[in-house]
Design a protein around this ligand. Structure first.
Ligand code: NAD
Length: 490
């Protein structure tokens, strides 16, 4: 049934019967033919989600929703190994990374199951008032129907980050996965189907951005838009939300800085720098793609970094030992290569990579790239490339490093490494980004807030903040005094 949309608890054919093809990025061969939702299907899905919300899901107790979320986690866990392999075929990432993602997605459902239970205990909290004639209680109510649009870099995990907190809050969902990687989201629909999740609570509608994403973002029946993707699309989503004042949260792109001071250990710095830029082929919103190295350590560190980068095993994500898979698509491959060519013809020096790896004649593979000393206004230094491309600059003083790091329109993440904990903290506190890693880069936990400053987005996902994304806080204020109010009627 995976060649159907999942709407109102049923597998249905798209209204116009269309479909699109997905490809295995490691072989460039067609992988699947996926149903393509259009405006009519989106309308059916939003109506189903509305009905499910109004007819019960919105009023369920958190404890009950927690059982459904745990049920989804159990079902995903049963298929964990297959799901990881599917992610590799669909996205290209190395199998151990896909296994990590699937396990994180399951953990995300379990985490929000717990928060759903706790939500019951948060209801009717009393707010301290300066006037004892009144009593104010708080109710946390679900936002309604959530329209959720996600990218292709972490297909199942991004779906979990959206769906788990929304269902925990009591919202219902219409989720549009990326047209490049829709398969694991359809497996999530299958999990919902298998556990008998009430019809309409979770609707999964693969489709193209313009044909399915745009109608979802404009639909008047959607109360909340939650989007993860690029800045230009995020801007369109925000405009759509503005039309009827929808609640909107945006998780967008980045060009994150990694500052390494002279007193760092070279091996440890190189390990985290590689992890920060080459994990998931650099197709990571928080990738630390701008490296700033203090002058004293720079020669040793860069030499070791180049050597380690050249020895990364590249190949099909299913092959053991592979650490770097193909880019997601022909289009992404061309986009990244365009940046690499711009870098080559700039004043920056190419230190490593940039060619097709030997022996890999098909698949969208690229040797991991390091550019040295791009100009501060170079495109490769300023724009999000979303591929395995690292740019390095040297700095003299702490103030230089902070200025360079903050000189960006993005503010998603950043990292700082130093043997001096006080300096690391001082610098971390001055970096303008939503996530700062100290002496590491990228580790992400469901319990901690995720999101960016500046053009990297609005709002935070994960943790309690992720749940709050889908809640409306309501105050109930009661007059409890025995005395008459006595304003008009003295
Ligand atoms: P994208 O903006 O091209 O697409 C994202 C989603 O939006 C897809 O599902 C797409 O079909 C849909 N879409 C496209 N046009 C649309 C429209 N007009 N209306 C509604 N929906 C539309 O981004 P992408 O290439 O899939 O993902 C890469 C981007 O995502 C990068 O910029 C990356 O930094 C960002 N990202 C951010 C985070 C984060 O947490 N901040 C996480 C992952 C990815």
């Amino acid at each position: 049934m995976r060649d159907h949309l999942y709407i109102n608890g049923q597998w249905v054919r798209p209204d116009l019967g269309g479909s699109f093809t997905t490809f295995n990025p490691a072989t460039e061969e067609p992988l699947s033919e996926v149903p393509s939702a259009t405006e009519e299907d989106i309308d059916h899905a939003v109506r189903a989600a509305r009905k499910a919300f109004d007819r019960g899901w919105g009023q369920t107790r958190g404890a009950e929703r927690a059982e459904w979320l745990d049920g989804l986690a159990d079902e995903l866990e049963r298929n964990q190994a297959d799901l990881a392999r599917l992610e590799v075929q669909d996205n290209g990432k190395p199998l151990p990374e896909a296994q990590w993602d699937v396990s994180d997605a399951i953990g995300c459902f379990r985490y929000y199951a717990n928060l759903a239970k706790e939500l019951d205990g948060r209801q009717d909290q009393v707010v301290e008032l300066p006037d004892e004639r009144f009593r104010t209680r708080l109710r946390f109510e679900p936002v309604g129907v959530a329209g959720q649009i996600i990218p292709w870099n972490y297909p199942l995990l991004m779906a979990a980050w959206k769906v788990a907190p929304a269902l925990a809050a009591g919202a219902t969902c219409v989720l549009k996965p990326s047209e490049l990687t829709p398969l694991s989201a359809l497996e999530l629909a299958a999990a919902a189907d298998a556990i008998g999740l009430p019809a309409g609570v979770l609707n999964i509608v693969p489709g193209l951005g313009a044909e399915a994403g745009a109608p979802l973002s404009h639909h008047p029946g959607v109360d909340k838009l939650a989007f993860t993707g690029s800045v230009p699309t995020g801007s369109r989503i925000m405009s759509a939300a503005a039309q009827d004042i929808k609640n909107v949260s945006l998780e967008l792109g980045g060009k994150s800085a990694f500052i390494v001071f002279d007193d760092s250990d070279v091996e440890s710095a190189v390990e985290w720098i590689l992890f920060g830029i080459f994990w998931n082929q650099g197709q990571v919103c928080s990738a630390t793609s701008r490296l700033m190295v203090q002058e004293g350590i720079a020669p040793r560190l860069i030499e070791r970094l180049v050597e380690a980068t050249r020895s990364i095993t590249i190949g099909n994500g299913m092959d053991p030992g592979v650490l770097l898979g193909p880019l997601i698509s022909q289009e992404q491959y061309e986009k990244v290569n365009t940046f690499v060519n711009k870098g080559r013809s700039s004043s920056a020096k190419l230190l490593a990579g940039g060619a097709r790896p030997a022996g890999l004649d098909c698949g969208w593979f690229l040797e991991p790239v390091i550019f040295d000393e791009p100009a501060e206004d170079a495109l490769i230094w300023r724009e999000e490339i979303f591929g395995p491309v690292l740019c390095v600059k040297r700095f003299k003083t702490e103030a230089d490093a902070i200025r360079l790091a903050n000189d960006s329109r993005f503010g998603l993440a950043g990292a700082v490494m130093s043997g001096d904990p006080q300096r690391a903290t001082r610098v971390a506190n001055q970096m303008r980004a939503g996530i700062i890693w100290v002496n590491c880069s990228q580790p992400t936990f469901t319990q901690a807030p995720w999101g960016g400053m500046k053009q990297s987005g609005i709002g935070r996902e994960l943790g309690v903040w992720g749940l709050d994304n889908y809640l409306e806080v309501k105050q109930l204020t009661e007059y409890v005094s025995e005395e008459p109010w006595g304003w008009y009627l003295k």
